[in-house]
Ligand binder design. Sequence first.
Ligand code: GLN
Length: 486
Amino acid sequence: MPGWATASELAGRLRSRELGCVELTRETLNRIEEDPGGLGAFLSSDRGEALRAAEEAQRMLDAGTAGPLTGVPLAVKDNICVAEGVTTAGSRLLENFVSPYDATVIEKCREAGMVIVGKTNLDEFGMGSSNENSAFGPVRNPWNPALTAGGSSGGSAAAVAAGIVPLSLGSDTGGSIRFPAALCGIVGFKPTYGRVSRRGLVAFASSLDQIGPFARSVEDAALLAHTISGDDPREARMRTEAPISLGGLRDRPLSGLRLAWPQQLAGPEVQPSIRATFEVAISRLIEAGCTCEEVDLPMIRHGVSTYYIIAPSEASSNLARYDGIRFGRQVEGTDHVATVAKTRGALLGHEVKLRIIAGTYALSAGYHDAYFAKAQRVRQRMTLEMDEVLAQYDLIVSPTSPVVAFPIGSAEMDHLTLKQLDLCTIPANLGGYPSLSLPCGLAEGLPVGLGLTAQRGMDESLLAAAWSMEQELGSVMPPSDAGGVR
Ligand code: GLN
């Protein structure tokens, strides 16, 4: 089994004929079916379709038309539409939903010759941080199966961390790529809002949602980001036509790189062990020539409360389409209204219902100005503050998560505590900035993520800085005796 090989290594072995594409796909599908460690990372997998795609990729390899990721297996978060099989978004309501089309990112991955091997588990509609809001069960962390893999893209993170696939796609509305990447010890990247098409992503909060890669190395993350980004005439909010380019990925020395550490993300919310590992990583980067200064970003303190007004408001509007009539399963009632109410009552999970209610309230005529409009003003001020800092520094840094992976079912993690864990990731979504989580060491024997955020549109320099940091910090991937399934 390929195990810990990176996507670039696998692609090289495929091109040199050392490895056959069908053979690699078959091994990957077997691993998915075996579900080593009972991780619960995958919700579905279409063996026939994957093998057909593998044969097609082998033809590209044989014809010499292969690209850098041709033949490489890809796992896809189950809120991204793939035309074969179901797209559940982790919800009972969409348990039988078959998308009539591929998401734009899927079209692009297919064109590149990637092989889609399965759909991964997630918190229902992407709402959560521990994957425990999935209607189909939690996802276990490959480092220790008693612990959460994080969320909401828990399945995509665990699948890469466990060595089942080298690459996967997730979506990030308030941290759902970076947070589970940090908890699983891999790279997770949320591109600038508008550089990757959201067409075919089951919408959660449209002004925040962004699709991005999980990978074992920054180079792999950059390759997949390059593949999925770029113009889509069917997406109204594309920022630029240019895909994220790979040129210069290895050319950004650490010396002279200016890092800003907001003191608001260094407070008591951050576990002391995480802080210690983060500080060691920063001092190594300083030795390698970076500078790092503490900065003041007072509005960041309001990030979590602002997000939890805006995201549920947008969700309450986006989820109005799931009425059991136009979309999804239906629970019959006496009339239309009763049908909608029964369907939603019976088929949506608690957290999703909570958010629809909170969002509808925040948007209602009497409260719109007090909540939604005010949250938008705070969002704007926070973004201005961050823009000022990013005019003077190259990157804003902080731990990605204030805690290491925690036990599944932990009573301490009630739904309000879980929301506080988003404090370091949410600012990048509110401002549309590109942001990446890079493994930077261990705390309590578990992975710690270094969060890096750059100015909008600076995806390439962010990836290049992360690549150089990765050379300096190494990866935290190896130990097969970590208690997990590797
Ligand atoms: N944890 C956040 C939430 O529950 C982020 C989710 C996400 O990024 N999809 O909303």
